[in-house]
Design a protein around this ligand. Sequence first.
Ligand code: NAD
Length: 451
Amino acid sequence: MQENKTMNETKNSKDQEFLNRRGFLKTTSTVVGGALLGGLSIERSAFAAGDDTLKIALIGCGGRGSGAAGQALSTKGGIKLVAMADAFKDHLESSFNNLKKAHPDRVEVPEDHRFVGFDAYKQAIALADVVILATPPGFRPIHFEEAVKQGKHIFMEKPVATDGPGIRRVLAAAEESKKKNLKVGVGLQRHHQIGYLETLKRLHGGAIGDIVAMRCYWNGSTPWVHPRAELEKQFGRPLTEMEYQMRNWYYFVWICGDHICEQHIHNLDVINWVKNGYPVRAHGMGGCETRKGKDYGEIFDHHAVEFEYADGSRCFSQCRHQLGCWNSVSEHVIGTKGTCDVSSYTIRGPKAWERRVKGDPDPYQQEHDDLFDAIRNNKPYNEAENGAKSTMTSILGRMATYSGKIVEWEKAINSEISVMPKVFAWDANPPTMPNENGWYALAVPGVTKVV
Ligand SMILES: NC(=O)c1ccc[n+]([C@@H]2O[C@H](COP(=O)([O-])OP(=O)(O)OC[C@H]3O[C@@H](n4cnc5c(N)ncnc54)[C@H](O)[C@@H]3O)[C@@H](O)[C@H]2O)c1
């Protein structure tokens, strides 16, 4: 990250800070201009008026959103959580109570700044300088587009979409965010983890020669599940299908993208980082072998994919949600002059090296420290394009396992097949409905169309 030096040389760091701030506001308002866009909203804010307090809004008040808000509130300088939005009131209230307890002076979200429902995001975004987008990924393109339209700085969780049309929306909004000089962080926190940064620096410096093959894994157990009967008992009423799927989002492709997107994206993103590029095609196989049942929606419990990069090198990838099996969350690369276990920061070969340091900063905190430093000091910072293309890599993998075919990146990213619902309402039908026995249909390799 380079500091933006747009001003005269200055005598001391205080002057420099002041001038950077002036330069930032000037750049933002010049680039943005229009009355409804980012320049004006930033100029109107307390932040621009001389008070350095940044106002943040949290959209998606679940586990990660609450964690990310806590990390944002732990960055240096004046900062306040001023607005929250969630599809569900119960989720919002529990997140609010926990955040208020942990950060009593930095959480000021009155009742009329707590928004609930599918459209809640718009009102919360309007009240902030910086927004945290942490709903499940199906909604990310819609929320990111709106935050960019409103000219806000953004931290958004990975994945950033669940299909090709969603990725294209994110890429278009990413271009717009660059024009508006908005700072955008994406929750692929390995990019802010010292061990990964040190290892990647060595790989890119040629420590193992040319990289010819890669392997990566997210093999683990099944995440949380909320059976319909339990939810109906808890709320004392039947749930519409939309509410049921929203409360069990992990198991539905339109909201989650399948676990190859949800979790394995981290490993695939590291491989893209190692290669400084994205795959050109993929093929693979997957299915649902052990996690069967109507509580588990429509996703697979395993995927094994071979990704091909432009130079012909291949990445062999696996992700699995099956109990009692070999587990690993890791990335490995093979070069012409050595090998590397990226995830344990170990290089073997003539330039052998390993990093064994205890007490490295928490990457979840570091990614927020870096983003807020960039916002306050107008440093270049925009992770949206990589976030979109690494998400696309995982969607490409899902397309390969669902279809059983070789799927080309270009066809996949330009696919017109949308997995998203046409209408967002509690009584609207999601794209996948259960059959009369309550079971959901899964993709059938060789039959399912993905592009
Ligand atoms: N970077 C990481 O290591 C990491 C770790 C965990 C989760 N995540 C990501 O964070 C995101 C959220 O995951 P989570 O574990 O917090 O899930 P969660 O279920 O705990 O929270 C999601 C919240 O979003 C709300 N929501 C859903 N749709 C909404 C909408 N349209 N508008 C407003 N709110 C909506 C839900 O009600 C819920 O409160 C996912 O994309 C996940 O991949 C990233």
